[in-house]
Design a protein around this ligand. Structure first.
Ligand code: NAD
Length: 368
């Protein structure tokens, strides 16, 4: 049986933030990071809630790659504030922290109604505003742990590109390549279907059309809006199809070496395309064709797709090798076994089109 689910109400376009005024509820718990407060983004959200007569409290302590400790602190506050509405404002880190807090608060007392979850992404990257996924970091084990549960699927996503205008070029590049990795991994994953393909292909085309424009001119609002749509569409795709080993390896590189998630994906993606190409080379050629890249033969299609990803990386200062991400060679070699083990155990590995062995993962990481 093939299924496609998409439950989140998506509000996008000019003044999309004003949709918050239509919310009903008593008290909103806003989960965000200190930068959002400094930029006045939190105040913008609070104004809308005040107009809707909804009181609010703010948890603004989310760090990049949120830790279990941060999630615990937020869960305690969420429970004591008794909110019936959770609003996540920020990049994937703030969104995932909010989802995890909501999950643990609900598990602590399932007799209470589940709060509504509204997500306002401020990066165009994770697609977390439409996924049932949260990624939390266990700092002791130095591991990123994905948790997947329909309970944390957002009820509403507000895509207002003005919140992404201030994203600096390096974060624009990394998060944009995260979108591309989501869409490409979704397109070749084992559960991919006609509906996930639609979203994935659209997202891939938009990344190639708009990401460099965002990177070169952060004020290009047409490009910003379309990257926000691409991110959301890639999220719709992978929420149904799962991902692949680029993500599994990016998770372990993030957990052990704090490499930004999108940047790790960007570097790994060309190696993963080559690794998978024996099994899904026609699928990669289809993408090459959609992008109007040279693809007379299947091999040419695969190679031109790899080259196109490398070219995009190079235009945004993203290196081609994991070692150029600032990891010391000795540390990398010492961590190789652990990385391979973590990547093999990662949920994203199960939907990769080619089932890897631990040796494959070690080889991939060495090559990359
Ligand atoms: P992020 O949320 O960690 O943000 C990166 C940095 O950009 C932060 O310092 C943040 O303050 C800043 N920032 C965010 N919005 C900004 C804005 N508008 N202007 C200026 N600066 C801004 O980065 P991210 O890539 O969005 O999220 C990464 C996290 O999401 C990782 O932990 C990753 O594992 C997770 N993730 C989750 C999913 C999912 O489905 N849940 C998917 C992919 C990644």
């Amino acid at each position: 049986m093939t299924q496609f689910n998409g439950r989140t109400q998506i509000c996008y376009g000019e003044n999309a933030i004003n949709n918050l005024e239509k919310l009903t509820g008593r008290h909103a718990f806003i989960v965000t990071d200190p930068f959002m407060v400094k930029m006045g983004f939190t105040d913008r959200v609070i104004s809308c809630l005040e107009r809707a007569n909804i009181s609010q409290s703010v948890f603004d302590k989310v760090e990049p790659d949120p830790s279990l400790q941060t999630v615990q602190k937020g869960t305690v506050k969420l429970l004591s504030d008794g909110a019936d509405l959770v609003i996540a404002l920020g990049g994937g880190s703030a969104i995932d922290a909010a989802k995890a807090m909501m999950y643990f608060a609900y598990k602590a007392d399932p007799s209470k109604a589940k709060p509504q979850l509204v997500v306002i992404p401020t990066t165009s990257g994770t697609g977390s505003e439409v996924t049932a996924v949260t990624v939390v970091t266990d700092t002791e084990q130095q591991m990123k742990i994905p948790l997947i549960d329909d309970l944390i699927l957002p009820d509403m996503a507000v895509l207002d590109a003005r919140f992404t205008r201030s994203v600096p070029p390096s974060v624009t590049a990394a998060t944009g390549m995260d979108v591309l990795t989501h869409a490409l991994e979704a397109f070749v994953s084992t559960p991919a279907n006609a509906f996930t393909d639609l979203y994935a292909v659209h997202a891939i085309k938009y990344v190639f059309r708009y990401l460099l424009r965002c990177y070169r001119n952060g004020d290009d609002m047409e490009a910003r809006q379309n990257m926000l749509l691409a991110s959301c569409m890639a999220g719709m795709a992978f929420n149904n199809s799962g991902l692949g080993v680029a993500h599994s390896m990016a998770h372990t590189l993030g957990g052990l070496f704090h490499i930004p998630h999108g940047k790790a994906n960007a570097v790994l993606l060309p190696y993963v395309i080559r690794f998978n190409s024996f099994d899904v080379r026609d699928r990669y050629r289809t993408i090459a064709k959609k992008l109007e890249l040279p693809c007379e033969t299947v091999e040419q299609g695969n190679e031109s797709l790899i080259e196109a990803v490398r070219w995009l990386n190079s235009q945004m200062g993203i290196p081609n090798r994991v070692r150029d991400l600032g990891i010391k060679e000795d540390d990398f070699q010492t961590a190789l076994e652990t990385m391979a083990r973590h990547a093999m155990d990662d949920a994203c590995t199960t939907t990769n089109p080619r089932r890897p062995s631990p040796r494959d993962i070690r080889q991939l990481l060495r090559k990359a």
